[in-house]
Design a binder for this molecule. Structure first.
Ligand SMILES: [Ca+2]
Ligand SMILES: [Ca+2]
Ligand SMILES: [Ca+2]
Ligand SMILES: [Ca+2]
Length: 472
């Protein structure tokens, strides 16, 4: 497989070498992503791009539930649509607001900000050109927004269908990389991105098949650096199978220096073996009949990081439900790897892995948790959850798709990652979200909770599929 790429540099249109006004206050400490109110607890962004908004089908919504001592605190949430005061644009049918979310403290004021993709938005007569919105964090939570810069809007569509953040130009503030379809599928927007400021340049390039474009992006956080590599997901030109590569966006013409990764549709990153280099878990939930890189029932491949991105000397770890020590058995349509999350559940310094299998048991769905160690991921102490697991709210039903998306971040503020997961098929397509707490002994169902459209404020009209996108 050869990847055709073309890098197109964009000159900074407004070069302002010297700031003319002194900053109003000393620089705040950069916030943890998704901690929008800066209270030390990660908040949960729940996307429902299929949600009806004021009668407009699939206009899309994002509900943010703020972290609390007991996990996501459903009494403190903000519902955001394009009809929310301060958010650019207006909710229209098919906008798909919330089809992708990401977070970083883009204006470096100490509060994480939220990026929301609106890939179905029509822009000045260009149907489905797409746009992206930045919603600002503050002590009282999210409020106010602006559009993210869009440099090549005549050359692409579905801008904002994927995001990642990181300091890609090495100047100390977060930048954003955006996925789209068309001749340019990957755009970098240089930060800082401020409430009223002009843009600071960027670049555009081509990765993968132009029709689906860049469909998923995962940036890795290198501890103490913040300048990790980015996993790029698309489809290969020749086969149409998943194509995934690692890029270092600090390098000019970075698409010439791609490292090939196991091919999949989603990924998550964290330091599973505690060696200081981020590792990646790549999910490919397709059967081999649909994707040569898939597996019966789906699979997840863990690739370990090294000083130069991926550790070429270390064999990737392939996990299926037929892998010794992994619960269950691989059956056609299980979709193991539909969602992946990486975070340190037990606080031992090794990141752990959650894998969703949305197709398990006729689409009821399941989630498997595996733990990190100095020698890498281990099956020892693994856990397996469905809605029929004692202590997990709800009951498993065909088509719930429990585990379609999984996220491991610390919502309680105790330093241990909690598991958030969604079942977008729950209640005939309404969708629901679950939260299970991390502890020193691993994940526990004690205090687990579940909530849906009513609690999050998302309209249950049609099939909103709440949680078809999750960020935290
Ligand atoms: Ca918070
Ligand atoms: Ca901010
Ligand atoms: Ca590592
Ligand atoms: Ca751990």
């Amino acid at each position: 497989m050869r990847l055709r790429t073309a890098a197109i540099a964009l000159a900074a249109a407004t070069l302002t070498p010297l700031a003319l006004t002194a900053p109003a206050a000393h620089a705040a400490t950069a916030a943890v992503p998704y901690d929008f109110n800066g209270d030390g607890r990660t908040d949960l962004a729940i996307g429902a791009p299929d949600a009806t908004v004021d009668g407009h089908a699939k206009a899309g919504a994002v509900s943010v539930v703020y972290g609390g001592a007991g996990g996501p605190n459903t009494s403190a949430r903000t519902l955001i649509t394009q009809n929310t005061t301060g958010v650019p644009g207006a909710a229209e049918a098919g906008d798909a607001f919330g089809a992708a979310v990401a977070s970083a403290d883009l204006n470096t004021d100490g509060y994480a900000d939220l990026l929301v993709g609106v890939p179905g938005e029509d822009v000045t007569g260009d149907a489905g050109s797409g746009t992206a919105v930045v919603v600002w964090g503050s002590k009282s939570g999210l409020s106010g927004a602006r559009s993210l810069f869009s440099f090549f809007d005549t050359d692409y569509d579905h801008y904002g269908q994927a995001f990642a953040t990181g300091d890609f130009d090495d100047d100390g503030d977060p930048d954003v990389v955006v996925g789209s379809t068309g001749p340019i599928t990957l755009s970098v927007v240089n930060g800082p991105i401020t409430r009223t400021g002009a843009h600071n340049g960027g670049s555009g390039s081509r990765y993968g098949l132009s029709s689906p474009g860049v469909t998923h992006l995962t940036s890795a956080d290198v501890p103490g650096d913040g300048r990790g590599p980015v996993a790029l997901h698309s489809l290969a030109e020749q086969t149409g199978d998943a194509a995934t590569s690692l890029a270092d966006l600090r390098i000019g013409n970075y698409t010439d220096w791609l490292q090939r990764m196991p091919a999949g549709y989603v990924s998550a990153a964290g330091d599973i073996d505690g060696d200081g280099h981020p590792d990646f878990a790549v999910g490919n939930d397709r059967e081999t009949s649909a994707d040569a890189g898939g597996a019966k029932g789906g699979k997840v491949t863990v690739v370990y990081g090294g000083p130069e991105g991926l550790d070429a000397d270390r064999a990737p770890l392939v996990l299926t439900q037929d892998t010794a020590g992994v619960p269950g058995a691989s059956e056609t349509g299980d979709r193991f790897g539909s969602g992946v999350g990486v975070g340190d559940i037990d606080g031992d310094g090794y990141a752990d892995l959650a894998v969703g299998a949305a197709g398990e048991n006729d689409g009821a769905g399941a989630v498997t948790v595996l733990y990190g160690s100095a020698s890498g991921l281990t099956t020892e102490g693994n856990q397996y959850y469905t809605q029929n697991t004692a202590g997990v709210p709800g009951a498993s039903e065909d088509g719930d798709l429990f585990g379609a998306r999984v996220v491991l971040t610390d919502h309680t503020g105790d330093g241990r990652a909690d598991l958030s997961l969604s079942a977008p098929g729950e209640n005939s397509g309404d969708g629901s979200v679950w939260s299970l707490r991390g502890s020193a002994n691993g994940l526990t169902t004690t205090g687990s909770l579940s909530f849906g459209t009513g609690t999050t404020g998302v309209s249950a009209t049609g099939t909103p599929h709440l949680g078809s996108v999750l960020g935290g």
